[in-house]
Design a protein around this ligand. Sequence first.
Ligand code: SAM
Length: 287
Amino acid sequence: MPTIHPKDENPYILDAESAAEMTRLLQQDQLLTKGMGALLPAQIDPAQIHDVLDIGCGPGGWVRDVAFTYPEMEVTGFDLASRTVEYAQAMAKTQRLDNAHYVVMDALKPLGFPDNSFDFVNGRFLFGFMSKTTWPQLVKECIRILRPGGFLRLTEAEVPMGTSLAAEKLYHKLAEAMSKGGRTFSPDGRLVGVIPVIGALLREAGFQQVQHTAHILECSAGQEAWHSFYQDFKIGVALGEPFLLKAGVISKEEYDAAYQQALADILSDDFCGIWLYASVVGQKPAG
Ligand SMILES: C[S@@+](CC[C@H](N)C(=O)[O-])C[C@H]1O[C@@H](n2cnc3c(N)ncnc32)[C@H](O)[C@@H]1O
């Protein structure tokens, strides 16, 4: 049976169960899915997919979208945060999506699904709770629970880039704090560094036909994603403050000054920025 971490032991760097984080994740889900252009990877034929799993599903927007778009599929999402799962269940009920299911489960433990259970396993933006040691374990669990010929897609991000020095400083401090806990693959701790290694992780676990797709979200002033990016930064970086201070990578005064400056910079008419993320898809051998 899956083990549930008490709230203060949840390895996620933000407070997953806060209303602010749930609101941020719902908005981010829409932003990311739009940037990816489709719910499912291009190499997948939806007619071949029946059972779908979403790891670390958050408030569950992607699960509901897939369940709505493909009513013949059974879509399950799991997350460690029980209040988030309750919210996702309530939303699916309101939308009468009988084929959307949510459970509380820990991605860092052996997954509570039998071998060969799913045709497609999806995981997006898991870097906030994963580490160098847990990534290979999770990918191995994914190949176990996939049916032969099934697909795994992992979509991960790098810290956003832009013209705000203050925002850049806070993002790099976040990466530095994560690196201190062995959570990044970046050699000098300035980046998350997970995108470059996902392909190797999939191949090492036995996946074949590993393919990368890059996604770029432009969040420059006046662009469609500008306001959503501002909100994402405003909530996400504020929720990340305790993690940064606890890691000792920045003082409270330095954090406050950079946070206020970054908000002003991102709102300014000449702000330019992009958020780079990438999907890596691999297939479990059919034999
Ligand atoms: C950035 S959110 C991902 C949101 C979602 N995948 C999406 O793309 O919209 C990360 C999620 O991982 C969850 N999480 C944290 N630790 C976890 C764990 N050990 N097992 C499963 N989920 C976990 C958090 O509660 C949070 O909802």
